[in-house]
Design a protein around this ligand. Structure first.
Ligand SMILES: [Zn+2]
Length: 219
């Protein structure tokens, strides 16, 4: 596939390719291995905005493409970006606050059994456990994990968590925060999550938390 053909694809179509390539790196069987035709190193699809429109580009993975004439230099490393992102303590405080709100909401459900915020969840099927933002057990309901996403979460992290919880048989719900659904353009990381939620978005906004229960069940 040429870069031109990629750019001509509808958003949803290249979005799915993007997911599957990242999934392959995470060891998911439904993933897709994509390589640069020039150097044969693996590539992924990154999204760059121009005038508010996201365009898909092929990019070599970190550390790849060193000798490739098409390579344009190193990508920002997710770890470094993440540090810069959380340098603002404000972000992590907001994150913590939202997790506690979800935990409090979970308790309003009459089926509530237990929950935890940012606690270690030992694996049953996988090698390593994870620290989900909020984990909830409701009676007669599959185990649930909520991940609160502020404006930037990396595609690799989204894929890793989806893969992990799928393998564990745990329902994963991403909750988005930090943009105005009506007005602002949707950040690429949110677009990725919404696509993985089959077009659904779970959003927390700034309005006071209402109690979203019906017949004692959280909605
Ligand atoms: Zn290459």
């Amino acid at each position: 596939m040429t870069a031109r053909e990629l750019i001509d694809m509808p958003d949803a179509e290249w979005g799915i390719l993007r997911d599957r390539i990242t999934d392959y790196r995470q060891g998911r069987t439904a993933g897709l291995n994509c390589r640069c035709v020039m150097c044969w190193d693996p590539v992924f699809i990154s999204a760059r905005r121009k005038n508010g429109v996201p365009y898909p580009l092929f990019s070599h993975f970190q550390g790849g493409g060193s000798f490739c004439p098409w390579h344009h230099g190193a990508n920002d490393h997710p770890e470094r970006l993440r540090q810069a992102q959380y340098n603002g303590q404000q972000d992590s405080q907001t994150h913590r606050f939202l997790c506690e709100q979800i935990d409090a909401l979970a308790k309003l459900d009459t089926r509530y059994v237990s929950s935890a915020v940012n606690a270690y969840r030992p694996p049953t099927e996988s090698e390593h456990g994870k620290f989900p933002d909020v984990q909830v057990v409701w009676r007669d309901f599959p185990e649930c994990v909520f991940e609160v996403q502020l404006s930037r979460t990396f595609q690799t992290e989204i894929s890793a968590r989806c893969t992990h919880y799928e393998r564990e048989g745990v329902a994963l719900v991403w909750v988005l925060f930090g943009f105005d659904l009506e007005r602002s353009e949707i950040p690429q990381s949110f677009v990725d999550v919404i696509r993985r939620h089959r077009g659904n978005a779970f959003v927390i906004d700034r309005s006071p938390f209402r109690v979203p229960t019906r017949n004692g069940r959280l909605c």
